[in-house]
Design a protein around this ligand. Structure first.
Ligand code: PEP
Length: 251
């Protein structure tokens, strides 16, 4: 199946206006040699205007790290999908484990955000994955299946084909621990098989990124696995050289 890998940088709440600009300068200098992957960055909301201005016309896409499940109204501190459109975002991350654990986002809310993102014309990057405790209990597949089912129930299987899935074992995020290529491949294959039980075409088409301490040193092996279609990159997306090395490894 021809799935172009997507390497997306999740900058989280890092940097400054100045450092965001210099990071993008570095990415833009090296990205021309990235042939086989699509590249995207997800900065903090407040830098989206700068990011749009710098990346317009370049091969690098951009997106946001979160969005409100509401369209507009009295929701202090929230950002609507239509507002992300004002900055020509292509992607939006939904259900990142930090949102789920630190901000209490449950499966139903994540599913609603997925739906709202698509309605706004954005491509949701849906994060799913188990905690260390869940892995040790042997319920990794149950957790991923449950998180996936919530979204399928909300939007229908066909709409899963319009988004991207990121398998992010929570124990590997920001910890320096990475799933082995085989561990990651097993779960990616499981996720694809879950989709295939409902729609083989969607299963074949959807890109499933791996996220969890992917770096310049381990990216090639992970990205070589049959069902790993790119990466969602946290820490290593904050240095242009490291991020570009991952993008190149996708070739
Ligand atoms: C993430 O937060 O999506 C992530 C994968 O982070 P890191 O690469 O730092 O583990």
């Amino acid at each position: 199946m021809d799935r172009k890998p997507l390497i997306a940088g999740n900058w989280k709440m890092n940097g400054s206006r100045a450092s965001a600009r210099s990071l993008l300068d570095g990415v833009l200098q090296g990205v021309q040699s990235v042939k086989a992957a699509e590249v995207a960055v997800c900065p903090p909301f407040v830098y989206l205007a700068d990011v749009e201005a710098m990346l317009q016309g370049s091969p690098v896409a951009w997106g946001a790290q979160n969005l409100s499940p509401e369209e507009s109204g009295a929701f202090t501190g929230e950002i609507a999908g239509s507002m992300l459109n004002d900055f020509n975002c292509k992607y939006v991350i939904v259900g990142h484990s930090e949102r789920r654990t630190l901000y209490g986002e449950d499966d139903a809310l994540v599913a609603k955000k997925y739906a709202v993102a698509l309605e706004a014309g954005l491509i949701p990057i849906l994060c799913i994955g188990e905690t260390l405790e869940e892995r040790e209990k042997g319920i990794t597949e149950d957790v991923c299946a449950r998180q996936l089912k919530a979204v399928i129930d909300e939007v229908g299987i066909a709409k899963l084909g319009e988004g991207v899935i990121a398998y992010e074992p929570v124990w590997a995020i920001g910890t320096g621990k990475t799933a082995t290529p085989e561990q990651a491949q097993d779960v990616h294959a499981f996720i694809r098989s879950q989709l295939a039980t409902e729609d083989q075409g969607v299963a074949d088409k959807v890109r499933i990124q791996y996220g969890g301490s992917m770096n310049a040193g381990n990216a090639k092996e992970l990205l070589a696995m049959a069902d790993i279609d790119g990466g969602l990159i946290g820490g290593a997306s904050l240095k242009a050289e490291d991020f570009l090395a991952i993008c190149t490894a996708a070739g």
